[in-house]
Design a binder for this molecule. Structure first.
Ligand code: PMP
Length: 455
């Protein structure tokens, strides 16, 4: 008994044996599970043959669509050589080639690549590198981190320690190290708007650094777009100012580009939008085009140099995972980056983003659409109970969940972030596909919030 013979049997086994991430299983087992069988382009097909647009890029990572011949070929040809060998004290061919490629496309100060297998592990590595960097340099007092309100950096305990979303993180607080938290500039919910929000962030950071920089190892930021908090876009210039303040006070800047990297925001990296070159940068998700679990933490020469010493000095970075630098993942990442360049994808993202923005613009006048936020092909629509007062829907109304369930009925998959509904399509989506997806999103919002219209 290893293969289910019917859709019903699969559904029963799903409910009996699988425990899903970020999912209340008591709700899940009540419904008919969505079970994906295959993908083609930006469509996913379930076991009953129903097609859905992948409106959230399978949790923000798909770049070129599904079942892409060039990417399939990259995996297959690497598979015919070797599926895995370790990077502990030895190398493999695609891991070397991908590292060279990443250094070429990354912000200029980043020259070394350390692999892992998820965004969260990439973040753990950045935190540990930053911490040990100061230790190795004999500056043992710099041990603390700065994070931003509502930040999300993954689900392992180090990443949760620098997380600041109460619903996800508070329960684990007794297990975590404490971090300084400064406000993230959330213009829509700051009286005075973007400039006031940016000033609140920068003045809090300035004050903290002026009094405590000598105990702070690094600041960790989701550059330009804070994702899981609700696709919140920073005011222009804010990241550059954060970078300048960190530099002035000798605090490392860690850019978490897990969600924003590889063209998603309309530039190769969100840091590029502001001309910022961080000390450490974490990439994951779109690195492999959305094919295989691979992440990387990029570091500067200066950081690398602090670990480069005689073995007896005990400055080695003692960290690694069994699948670090997996050759299949590295081979498909190389192929994905090649396609990104050959197809001039980043250039096309801006045109596609403009198309989607134009399509969604009329929704801004709708009575329950508070704000439409967008950077490249990362779009979040914040729904509100009352447009004028910006009163949010109560979380118990599950407005985001209901809109996304309606979108699914209409043929598009996405997941909400509280009251924010996201559209994060694969970068390869055509205008016709974006047209269809924005139509479905609008219809789903209309259908679910309509009862309040004119009230
Ligand atoms: N950092 C950011 C900014 C993210 O958005 C995410 C995932 N959504 C992560 C880290 C964690 O990545 P992973 O799920 O691959 O561990």
């Amino acid at each position: 008994m290893e293969t289910a013979t019917t859709c019903e049997e699969l559904a029963a086994w799903n409910k009996a044996y699988l425990w899903h991430p970020f999912t209340q299983m008591k709700d899940y087992v009540k419904g008919e599970p969505l079970i994906i069988e295959r993908g083609e382009g930006i469509l996913l097909y379930d076991v009953r043959g129903r097609a859905y647009y992948d409106g959230f890029s399978s949790v923000w990572l798909n770049v070129h669509g599904h079942n892409v011949p060039e990417l399939n070929e990259a995996v297959a040809s690497q598979l015919a050589k070797v599926a895995h060998s370790t990077l502990l004290g030895m190398a493999n061919v695609p891991a070397i080639e991908l590292a060279a490629k990443l250094v070429r496309v990354a912000p200029k100060r980043l020259t070394k690549v350390f692999y892992s297998d998820a965004g969260a592990t990439g973040v753990e590595i950045a935190l540990k590198m930053a911490f040990q960097y100061w230790h190795n340099r004999g500056v043992g007092r710099k041990t603390k981190f700065i994070t931003m309100n509502q930040a999300y950096h993954g689900d392992t305990l180090g990443a949760v320690s620098v997380g600041a979303i109460p619903l996800y993180h508070d329960v684990f607080r007794p297990l975590l190290f404490s971090s300084y938290v400064i406000p993230y500039p959330y213009a829509y919910r700051t009286s005075g708007g973007a400039s006031a929000a940016m000033e609140a962030t920068l003045s809090a950071l300035r004050e903290l650094l002026e009094s405590r920089a000598d105990e702070i190892a690094a600041l960790l930021v989701e550059p330009v777009v804070q994702g899981a908090s609700g696709i919140i876009v920073m005011p222009q210039g804010c990241l550059r100012e954060i970078d300048a303040l960190c530099r002035k006070h000798d605090v490392l800047l860690i850019a978490d580009e897990v969600a924003t990297g590889f063209g998603r925001t309309g530039a190769m990296f969100a840091c590029d939008l502001e001309g910022v070159s961080p000390d450490l940068m974490v990439v994951g998700k779109g690195l492999t085009g959305g094919y295989l679990p691979l992440a990387a933490t990029l570091a500067t020469d200066e950081i690398y140099a602090a670990f480069y010493a005689d073995y007896s000095e005990q400055k080695t970075f003692f960290h690694g995972h069994s699948y670090t630098g997996n050759p299949l993942g590295c081979a498909v990442a190389l192929a994905s980056l090649r396609l990104l360049e050959e197809r001039k994808m980043i250039h096309t993202v801006n045109a596609k983003a403009a198309f989607a923005a134009k399509k969604l613009a009329p929704l801004a006048d709708w009575p329950h659409v508070g704000e439409i936020r967008q950077q490249g092909l990362m779009i979040g629509i914040e729904l509100v109970r009352d447009k004028k007062s910006r009163e949010p829907y109560a979380w118990t109304e599950r407005i985001g969940v209901r809109v996304c369930m309606r979108a699914r009925e209409l043929g598009m998959l996405t997941r909400p972030l509280g009251n924010v509904v996201v559209l994060i399509p694969p970068l390869a989506s055509t205008e016709a596909e974006l047209d269809a997806m924005t139509d479905i999103l609008a219809a789903a919002i209309y259908d679910v919030t309509e009862e309040g219209w004119g009230a």
